[in-house]
Write a protein that binds this ligand. Structure first.
Ligand code: CMC
Length: 439
C-alpha cells in the first residue's frame, strides 16, 4: 500500500507520497508540494532535504556506516586499490581482471599533461594555494582537450573521465614541483597510480625517490576513504553546476573550489596546524578545548563533528590505524599523533562533545598520515581532491543520466523591502539611508 503523509493547510488536507530507500530510509516526496498547495519548504543548509535519489554511496550517520555501491569502506580499504575503487564507483560493479587491466592502461596512456599547460603553472605567484591552481587548471583542461564532434556523447564522456582521473594527479605533482622551483617529473608507465604520484612529487635528479610499498598502500587507503561521501558540499556543488549542462571539467572545478573550504576538505590542513600549535605551546590542550566550547568564540575543534555522523566516523577509525602503522614503521612515534590521540581522549569524555555528538571525522587523522608520507601542508586538500574525484564523477554521471533530470534551482523566502520608488541620487539624504538600514 502506498504510504502518504497528511498535511493540513488552511483547513484543507493534502496527501504527500512517501518513498522508501533501499536501506529503509523513509522520505517525504515534496516534488508536487508547490503545485498542489502553493507552498515551498525552508531548510537552511539542506539538513533535512534529499536532493536526489542515488545508487552510489550509503551513509548511516547514527550507526557509523559507509558503503560504496553496497561494499563497506573498511573492506575496500583492506583489499582494494584506489583505481579499482574508482572503477567501482563510476561503473557500479567491481571490475574483472581484464577490465581493471584495461582501465589501468588507459589511465597510464592519459597521464601526460599538454606541454603548453606548464606555462600556466609557471605564471601563478609562488604564494598561490595549490587548490586555487588545481581548480583553475582542471577548468582549463577543456581548452586544451576540446570536444571532438565525431565522437559519440558516450565516447566523449569516457575519455573525459579517464583524462580527469589520470591527469589530476600529474597536475597536482606538477604544481608542487613548480612551486618549489624544481624540474617537473613525468609519469612513468611502469608504476601504479599511487606510486606514480609519489614519484612525480618526490623524485629529483639529485635524490632518486625510493618507492616504499607501505606508503603506496597507505596512500591508496587514504584515497579510498575519501572516494565518495554522497551529497556533501563539494559533490552537491558538482551536481548543481553540472545540472546546467556545463562540461565535466567545469563541474569538477566547482567541486574543487567547494572542497577548499576549512569546514570541508580544508579541515585536514587545519587539524595539523591546530595540533602543531598545541605542540609549540608545550602540549597544553585545555585552552583550545575551552575555546571550542565557548559559544562566544567562533573557534571549532578541527577534525571534529560532522553533519551526518553522530557517532565515530568509520573513515577516521581506519585512518587512525593506518596512521599508527605508518608512523610506527617510519619514526617510531610522532608527537603530533600523540597530541591528536590525547585531544580525542579528552574530547570524548567531555560533556560538551558528548551532548553535541561530536566525534573525530575523516580529517582528524588524515593530515598526520599525509605529513608522515612527506606531503607538504598546503597540498593536503589537493590529496583529498584527487581522492574525491571518482565520487564527483560518478555523482555527475548519475545526475546527467537521470531520466527525471532538471536544472537545480532552489526557491527562497524573500525577506527584503517591499516595493518602493527609485530615488534620484541628489534626493538621497540621510533620511533615505536610515530607512534603508532599517530594512
Ligand atoms: N567544535 C566545537 N563545536 C562544534 C564543532 C566542533 N568541531 N562542530 C560542531 N560544533 C557544535 C556547534 O557549535 C553547534 O553547537 P550549538 O548547537 O550549541 O550551537 C553544534 O555543534 C552543531 O553544529 P553545526 O555547525 O550546526 O553542525 P553542522 O552539521 O552544520 O556542521 C561541521 C558540521 C563539520 C561543519 C562542523 O562539525 C565543523 O565545523 N567541524 C569542524 C570542521 C571539520 O572538521 N570539518 C571536516 C568535516 S568532515 C570532512 C568533510 O566534509 O570534508
Amino acid at each position: 500500500m502506498e504510504q502518504t503523509v497528511k498535511i493540513v493547510v488552511d483547513g484543507k488536507t493534502f496527501r504527500l507520497p512517501m518513498i522508501t530507500g533501499s536501506e529503509g530510509e523513509r522520505v517525504i516526496d515534496i516534488s508536487g508540494l508547490r503545485k498542489e498547495t502553493g507552498l515551498v519548504t525552508l531548510d537552511p543548509g539542506f539538513a533535512n532535504t534529499a536532493s536526489c535519489q542515488s545508487r552510489i554511496t550509503f551513509v548511516d550517520g547514527e550507526r557509523g556506516i559507509l558503503r560504496y555501491r553496497g561494499i563497506p569502506v573498511e573492506q575496500l580499504a583492506k583489499h582494494s586499490t584506489f583505481v579499482e575503487t574508482a572503477y567501482l564507483l563510476i561503473n557500479g560493479e567491481l571490475p574483472t581482471q581484464k577490465q581493471l587491466n584495461r582501465f589501468s592502461v588507459l589511465l597510464n596512456d592519459h597521464s601526460l599533461v599538454h606541454e603548453d599547460m606548464q606555462a600556466f603553472f609557471q605564471n601563478f605567484p609562488r604564494s598561490a594555494h595549490p587548490m586555487g591552481i588545481l581548480s583553475s587548471m582542471v577548468n582549463a583542461l577543456r581548452a586544451f582537450y576540446p570536444e571532438i564532434p565525431e565522437r559519440s556523447e558516450e565516447e566523449e564522456i569516457d575519455i573525459t573521465v579517464t583524462r580527469l582521473l589520470s591527469k589530476v594527479r600529474t597536475m597536482a605533482a606538477m604544481s608542487y614541483k613548480i612551486f618549489r622551483g624544481h624540474k617537473v617529473v613525468y609519469p612513468r608507465h611502469d608504476l601504479t597510480y599511487a606510486a606514480n604520484f609519489l614519484n612525480m612529487m618526490f623524485d629529483s635528479p639529485v635524490r632518486p625517490y625510493d618507492i616504499d610499498e607501505d606508503l603506496v598502500k597507505a596512500l591508496n587507503v587514504f584515497w579510498i576513504l575519501h572516494a565518495d561521501h554522497e551529497q556533501n558540499c563539494s559533490t552537491a556543488a558538482v551536481r548543481v553546476v553540472g545540472s546546467a549542462k556545463v562540461n565535466l571539467y567545469a563541474a569538477i572545478s566547482a567541486g574543487i573550489c567547494a572542497l577548499w573550504g576549512p569546514l570541508h576538505g580544508g579541515a585536514n590542513q587545519a587539524v595539523v596546524e591546530m595540533v602543531s600549535q598545541i605542540h609549540k605551546n608545550g602540549g597544553d590542550m585545555a585552552p583550545l578545548i575551552a575555546r571550542a566550547k565557548d559559544k562566544n568564540d567562533p573557534f571549532r575543534l578541527m577534525g571534529f563533528g560532522h553533519r551526518v555522523y553522530k557517532t565515530y566516523d568509520p573513515r577516521a577509525r581506519v585512518m587512525k590505524k593506518v596512521c599508527d602503522s605508518v608512523l610506527c614503521k617510519l619514526t617510531g612515534h610522532d608527537p603530533l599523533l600523540d597530541i591528536a590521540k590525547g585531544l580525542e581522549e579528552v574530547a570524548l569524555k567531555d560533556p560538551y562533545f558528548i551532548d553535541h555528538h561530536l566525534y573525530p571525522n575523516v580529517d582528524f587523522y588524515s593530515g598526520i598520515l599525509l605529513r608522515a608520507i612527506g606531503i607538504p601542508l598546503n597540498m593536503f586538500t589537493v590529496l583529498f581532491a584527487i581522492g574525491r574525484l571518482p565520487g564527483w564523477i560518478s555523482q555527475w554521471r548519475e545526475s546527467i543520466d537521470d531520466p527525471g533530470w532538471k536544472i537545480d534551482r532552489p526557491r527562497q523566502v524573500y525577506i527584503g523591502p517591499g516595493e518602493r520608488d527609485y530615488v534620484p541620487i541628489k534626493k538621497r539624504g540621510r533620511q533615505t539611508r536610515r530607512k534603508d538600514e532599517k530594512n
